[in-house]
Design a protein around this ligand. Structure first.
Ligand code: GTP
Ligand code: MG
Length: 332
């Protein structure tokens, strides 16, 4: 289970435990329904692959390999998965193809479990989070979900309208801030995003706010290079808060499949990315892309988006995710 960082402590621990158990169960079924399209693709293919097979042979491995590749897991990650599967099956002397389900689940969870320092907003005050990604991937919506999530954990977040290239982007974030009930720092469209972010840090320090979440543009209307702009924001905010940003989250749209891989490459080459948020997993059967991304970049997935609502963000839990991907409906 992943660790959730909450501010302060609840007093009644038995009650808290019960509540958390209920919460986890509810979250898991929402995760499962969010991943329905991907799960259907993976599980139904695996079902028909295993059905009627009595032995685990080379043919089965080849079919499994093909299946994983068509589910957007990616060639490299697939080959690694098959290798690990083979040695596990040999080691445990497994003969029944039905057991592939659980072994595959475990091996997927291992790939997804990137060792890294956790995203812990209590480590700095204010804790500065920069959110980057190409246009339309879900940055602004995800920022709203994050603010809502952290607010519910007892933190005081501040939103920063750092996408100043479109007035509509500032309005969109303003509406979210009002809806969630959190403050926002913004300037007029066309303002320097680095200056907006700098002001926001001033404000967060003055008001003793906990988390500053900076929205950024995904596309430039001017000749300014997007990556240069992001670097400038980083330079300027580090002048105010020396270690900032403490977390740089790359937002990727899962429906774009392999495109998400090339976006990660591009951002990684230009800026420090400490975590990934994969959005729109509810709208796609390409959820296998998470496995490919974790395998290739070794950047932890921090959260996943499984819908357009404020509640549709989940802290990423490798085990729960692998389980939700490969659990059949009668497994419950
Ligand atoms: N189904 C679904 N839709 C999502 C999710 N996250 C975001 N969206 C939708 O994706 C669309 C784009 O979201 P935005 O948050 O505006 O994306 P953005 O990256 O800020 O876009 P730009 O500011 O234009 O670069 C919106 O219609 C969101 O409601 C998700 O997890 N699931
Ligand atoms: Mg936006």
């Amino acid at each position: 289970m992943i660790k959730w960082f909450r501010k302060g402590e609840d007093t009644d621990s038995a009650n808290k435990h019960q509540l958390e158990k209920k919460e986890q169960k509810g979250l898991f079924s929402k995760l499962k329904s969010g991943l329905q399209k991907t799960r259907k693709q993976l599980s139904s293919k695996l079902d028909s692959l295993i059905k009627g097979k009595t032995v685990i042979d080379e043919e089965l491995y080849e079919e499994l390999e093909e299946m994983l590749i068509t589910c957007d897991v990616g060639v490299d990650a697939t080959l690694q998965l098959i290798d690990r599967l083979k040695s596990e099956i040999k080691l445990q002397k497994i003969e029944n193809p039905q057991e592939l389900y659980h072994i595959l689940q475990r091996e997927i969870a291992t790939i997804l479990d990137i060792s890294s320092s956790p995203l812990d907003p209590t480590t700095h005050k204010p804790f500065v989070v920069m959110v980057v990604g190409v246009n339309g991937v879900g940055k602004t919506t995800t920022i709203a979900k994050l603010a809502h999530f952290w607010k519910s954990q007892g933190f005081k977040p501040l939103l920063v309208a750092g996408d100043t290239f479109r007035a509509a982007a500032i309005d969109q974030l303003t509406l979210w801030a009002e809806k969630i009930g959190v403050p926002i720092v913004k300037q007029r469209a066309g303002a320097d995003p680095a200056a907006v972010a700098y002001d926001a840090l001033d404000s967060a320090i003055a008001k003793k706010l906990d988390i500053v979440i900076i929205d950024t543009a995904g596309r430039m209307h001017t000749k300014t290079n997007l990556m240069e702009e992001l670097k400038k924001i980083r330079r300027v905010i580090a002048k105010k808060v020396p270690d900032a940003p403490h977390e740089t989250l790359l937002v990727l749209d899962a429906t774009t499949g392999q495109n998400a891989i090339s976006q990660t490459k591009m951002f990684k080459e230009n800026t420090d990315i400490s975590g990934i948020i994969l959005t729109k997993l509810d709208g796609t059967a390409k959820g296998g892309i998470v496995i490919g991304i974790c395998h290739e970049f070794q950047i932890p997935v921090r959260f996943i988006g499984i819908g357009e609502g404020l509640e549709d963000l989940r802290p990423f839990d490798p085990e729960a995710f692998a389980k939700a991907l490969l659990e059949t409906d009668n497994d419950e």
